[in-house]
Design a protein around this ligand. Structure first.
Ligand code: B12
Length: 233
């Protein structure tokens, strides 16, 4: 059962750099949100706050995320320190806020990381779509209780302060891979591209691009057509 209350606020943070008044948009968290919107039942129970991507003051950003029950950070070498500072501020303001880190700056060798940054509840290793969706499905109450059962590719400290890592699910072959949700998870990226005639992932990526650029009606019409089974070259 998803124990999230209706309207549970979700924060997405991917601080990017700006050059000449232009900004990289938060592509990775948009991918995660787009995936969840297609694959998490009752996603309407969640209210996604506008993604935070502009490098501002820590307290200003924390204020924008006020009331979020769970906040996901996408961390890279260029935003790691500010992400830590925001996460710490949020946890101090409300210890019930669930803090999740993912992205290339999450170390594969996690020894000492969660102990040092103990305001982070859980980290995701590698690709995040399934993890993100699974965490939302779990519901914030169970996440607060550190119940991460069945979620692969994560690490966290349990209530006894012991580090727990759930390994990635084994890669499956093209023939055997049928995820319960898309039939795509578990395939190496390259294989997914080879299997490009299956619309699920392509539509998901299109969705993310639309999200960061602003929705376009014509584009939505095309996606609907694709969903009806049209082949994509
Ligand atoms: C395109 C690209 C660029 C482009 C655009 C960058 C941009 N800001 O958008 C350009 C060429 C400009 C660029 C520049 C740089 N880049 Co670059 N770039 C890439 C590349 C090839 C793809 C990035 C991408 O969009 N991937 C697609 C997204 C969807 O994947 P993703 O970000 O990894 O996210 C997935 C997972 O990580 C995870 N995830 C991510 N966030 C979260 C959050 C949560 C909560 C969860 C659960 C999961 C999760 O789920 C996502 C979906 O599966 C990667 C290498 C690679 N193959 O990934 C390097 C990479 C991101 N770049 C890197 C670096 C170092 C740089 C530069 C600093 C290089 C330099 N010295 O100038 C600059 C910095 C630019 C800047 N500050 O914005 C490193 C970052 C390393 C790190 N630890 O942070 C990478 C990983 C390359 C590498 N292996 O070293 N880059």
């Amino acid at each position: 059962m998803n124990s999230s209350l209706p309207g549970t606020k979700v924060g997405l943070v991917q601080i990017n750099n700006s050059f000449s008044d232009q900004n990289y948009l938060p592509y990775s968290v948009a991918m995660l949100q787009a995936f969840a919107q297609q694959h998490v039942a009752n996603i309407d129970q969640y209210q996604f706050l506008p993604s935070v991507y502009f490098r501002g003051g820590v307290s200003d950003i924390a204020q924008k995320l006020e009331g979020a029950s769970i906040v996901f950070f996408s961390v890279y070498v260029w935003n790691f320190r500010i992400s830590l500072a925001i996460a710490k501020a949020l946890k101090q303001a409300d210890p019930k806020t669930v803090i999740v880190f993912g992205g290339p700056q999450v170390p594969d060798r996690i020894e000492g990381f969660l102990e040092k940054y103990n305001f982070i509840d859980v980290v995701c290793h590698g690709e995040g779509e399934q993890v993100f969706a699974s965490l939302l499905k779990q519901g914030t109450q169970r996440l607060r209780e550190k119940d991460f059962e069945g979620i692969a590719s994560i690490s966290y400290l349990n209530f006894r302060g012991e580090r727990v890592t759930h390994p990635a699910r084994g890669r499956k072959t093209h023939e055997t891979s049928e995820s319960s949700e898309t039939g795509q998870a578990g395939r190496p990226r390259q294989q997914r591209r080879v299997a490009a005639h299956q619309p699920a992932v392509l539509v998901h990526r299109d969705d993310a691009v639309r999200r960061v650029r602003g929705a376009v009606v014509e584009e939505e019409r095309m996606v609907d057509e694709r969903n009806r089974g049209e082949q994509i070259a």
